[in-house]
Design a protein around this ligand. Sequence first.
Ligand SMILES: NC(=O)c1ccc[n+]([C@@H]2O[C@H](COP(=O)([O-])OP(=O)(O)OC[C@H]3O[C@@H](n4cnc5c(N)ncnc54)[C@H](O)[C@@H]3O)[C@@H](O)[C@H]2O)c1
Length: 339
Amino acid sequence: MKTLLITGGCGFIGANFVRLLLETRPNLKLVVLDKMTYAARRDNLPEQHPNLEVVIGDIANLELMRHLVTSQQVDTIVNFAAETHVDQSILNPFVFSQTNVIGTHVLLEVAREHKLRFHQISTDEVYGTIEGDHHSLESDILAPRSPYSASKAAGDQLVQSYFVTYGLQTTITRGSNNVGAYQFLEKVVPLFTTNAMLDLPLPVYGDGLQMRDYTHVSDHCTGILTVLERGTIGEIYNVGAGQEITNMAMLEVLLETVGKPRSLIRHVTDRAGHDRRYSVSVKKLEALGWKAQYQPKEAVAAAAKWYFEHPEYWQPVRESSSFQAYYNRQYAKRLEVKV
Ligand SMILES: NC(=O)c1ccc[n+]([C@@H]2O[C@H](COP(=O)([O-])OP(=O)(O)OC[C@H]3O[C@@H](n4cnc5c(N)ncnc54)[C@H](O)[C@@H]3O)[C@@H](O)[C@H]2O)c1
């Protein structure tokens, strides 16, 4: 592994992963390819670094991907690029198939042509809602329930098919709900932290008792790196804290961190098809020597603290007309209705 093509590297997790590699793997050359959608920010990455090049482009552009891989002598693709927000996938589902399915397929094809190592960043949402006290295993049947998770599951299936059919050197990680620095404000922890700081209501979907394994993004990134360096080819690894809390518990931690009252919580109409519980077993990844450093409540507190301390990062986004249009579309009506 010498030159990595990191797609989606100007987004939340991709940028944290690039920063981790720049700090800990000085011999690697990193080429970031990003379409710069609304979720991306160039300033999520260092402005300049001798080991880093940033290219704007779409993973679904086959000719561009071919050109990039040859001109940069890429030997490994790590695919973070995706449309990632479930609520957006309910409002505008088609772009999710275009990037998460077609885009992934284009990258696999280029990886096959050039015999590259390929790592896919997937999600625990592909397992669907988890009943009882089961913890999802990598071998579980996939049961996605939103356009987002369905498109990610399709991407995973394509990756597995390229391993089986062509012997492509693939691995997949399935991360649970990530929190931390540089996350776009539509996602729940930055949204609710910044709402609380602005004394705005926190629109909680339904009863707020959905269970989520909140994982610090730094744990996710070390998990991905562990699999890239020590994972078995053809295998899938879950990445998470390995335990869940309710969304209400997440809110309590967040409000306490920024010193705001519970009276800001407003229960609103639930998300359509909202999965009740996600839970992953991380034993397979732990067997490679990786361990999460943050429990879910610690991860949420650390993330909320980061937004509390960095208003210069999020204030311009909150004030932008595109974010306000999305926020109103998603929450204005919900906040009017008493549930
Ligand atoms: N955020 C989470 O909690 C979480 C959990 C598990 C897995 N994941 C997965 O991790 C990956 C990264 O998620 P994130 O939270 O950083 O998302 P994000 O939305 O913050 O970033 C996604 C990035 O991909 C880029 N992108 C989108 N379409 C593209 C295209 N066609 N070509 C090139 N770039 C494109 C965007 O511009 C953006 O920079 C995704 O694959 C997601 O499914 C996310």
